[in-house]
Design a protein around this ligand. Structure first.
Ligand code: FAD
Length: 446
């Protein structure tokens, strides 16, 4: 008997629970990917993610072919595509790993019901998280809104991961009549603006493993190095984790076994904890993709959207060097250092006082690691409107922050080489004045 293994953001063969279940239950797996951009809802990932996905799908297909299998690529709508393929291949089951974005949670529930009504064995698995969002609760049975107690409870519940190794061989799936190709999906940019990305990123399982292997010897330095944007102090695993090219269980286990002081290993695992927390929040508070988690901010006096200022922010032309460096790193590499993400987000929401959702949308379009859960948490945290937020009145001073975390200006000079020349713009706003205005707006908030 055959089973469809529906690949989504779990583009790997190693420790892939849907594939594992198919094989364990004696099915011949038919790997399938379905392109259905209309089903992603209003907070879909954008162009940088598409560029990554294009390469990651090729990597997955290559890994399958090396095992005599192949990725069947179909166009949505998803439900009829799965039904047609199941009928054509005689599949009795459809397996996949879960996603937690509100649009996908809803869609997948509908799909599961419909497939089961049609007599298929439809089952979903946890392939993306250390612990499911609904398996962590306060003593009162509520979801958490604060990170530290969340992670205390969640990490105590974790069992030692036992990752599953990729199979060496897979059966060849039958041809599907309506199959298309990865290239025909049009995910790759037409004008090559992503050219620079691929000098430093290697999408797919092999690239993900390489990033993990490169990082392991650096864990001891992580607690201090992680805040310095000029150096490679962090793991850069975020796009690989987002696309599921490496299992988080695998990463967690590798870090746990690494030869480094326990505090350093715990510091890294705690960041994975933030990723868990973000998914916990997104699952329990799905409205936070565009509304404040803290409703006291719903009538906050945001400045009206200013297209000229927003454009200067996106292009890295605000005249505030660390902000501009970050926005240019984002544009050229599809990634930005975490410390700098906080500074550019603070500048947009406090100094320009624009609603955080404008910035969040830009990040969803331009980051290769754009992730609705992590991005929503990050923006609401900086804006002060979300869970565990930095209080709104704590406004980063970008100049002091730059002095502290980029003392030799190595990062700023790398991305803003024209600094100190007439070509570099003067600040588009007065930092002290806008800071006072933001504080005044905060006080008026009632
Ligand atoms: P490392 O320091 O090596 O951390 C390891 C992993 O832990 C990361 O790959 C990531 O999966 C997770 N992680 C680390 N920090 C966080 C965090 N604060 N919240 C959630 N998970 C975390 N991360 C995304 O993956 N996608 C996003 O769209 C995203 N948007 C953000 C927006 C803002 C405004 C801010 C302040 C942060 C955002 N982050 C986002 C979180 C963080 O900046 C990135 O995860 C991190 O910079 C990725 O680099 P790394 O893999 O080298 O991190």
């Amino acid at each position: 008997p055959t089973a469809l293994v529906w690949f989504r953001n779990d583009l790997r063969l190693d420790d892939q629970p849907a594939l594992q279940a198919a094989l364990a239950q004696g099915y011949a797996p038919v790997p399938v990917y379905i392109h259905a951009p209309d089903e992603a809802g209003p907070h879909a990932n954008g162009a940088a993610s598409d560029a990554w996905r294009h390469r990651s799908l090729h990597a997955l297909d290559g890994a399958l072919r090396a095992r005599r299998s192949r990725l069947t690529v179909l166009r949505g709508p998803t439900l009829p595509a799965l039904e047609r393929l199941a009928a054509a291949t005689g599949a009795e089951a459809v397996f996949w790993t879960r996603r937690y974005e509100p649009a996908f949670e809803q869609r997948d529930t509908t799909i599961k019901r419909a497939l089961r009504r049609g007599g298929l064995h439809a089952e979903s698995f946890n392939g993306a998280l250390l612990i499911e969002p609904w398996d962590v609760a306060t003593k009162q049975g509520d979801p958490y809104r604060v990170f530290t107690p969340f992670w205390k409870t969640a990490s105590a519940q974790l069992r030692k991961p036992r990752p599953w190794d990729a199979p060496k061989r897979l059966p060849a799936p039958p041809e599907a009549a309506d199959a298309t190709t990865i290239d025909a999906l049009g995910l790759a940019p037409k004008r090559g603006w992503d050219h620079d990305f691929w000098t430093q990123w290697f999408p797919g399982e092999i690239g993900a493993r390489a990033a993990l292997t490169t990082f392991l010897p650096r864990i001891a330095a992580y607690p201090d190095a992680r805040d310095v944007p000029a150096i490679e102090g962090t793991s850069r695993l975020s796009p690989h984790l987002h696309f599921g090219e490496v299992s988080v269980q695998r990463v967690f286990a590798a870090i746990g076994d690494a030869d480094a002081p326990p505090e350093a290993r715990a510091a890294y695992q705690r960041q994975l904890g933030w990723r868990e927390f973000a998914h916990h929040l997104l699952h329990h508070f799905p409205h936070t993709v565009d509304r404040n988690l803290d409703p006291r901010f719903d009538d906050f006096d945001w400045a009206p959207f200013d297209a000229v200022q927003f454009d200067a922010w996106t292009r890295g032309r605000t005249g505030v060097p660390i902000v501009d460096a970050g926005m240019r790193e984002l544009w050229h590499t599809g990634w930005m250092h975490n410390r700098v993400r906080m500074l550019v987000a603070s500048f947009l929401t406090k100094q320009l006082r624009m609603h955080w959702s404008h910035g969040a949308r830009w990040f969803m379009d331009t980051l290769v690691d754009a992730d609705l859960a992590n991005n929503t948490l990050g923006w609401q945290w900086v804006a002060g409107t979300g869970a565990d937020a930095a209080p709104y009145f704590r406004i980063f001073n970008p100049l002091l922050q730059a002095k502290r975390f980029d003392p030799d200006a190595a990062y700023v000079r790398r991305w803003v080489p024209e600094l100190g020349t007439p070509r570099y713009p003067a600040p588009i706003v007065d930092l002290a004045e806008t800071r006072d205005a933001a504080l005044a707006a905060y006080k008026r908030r009632g």
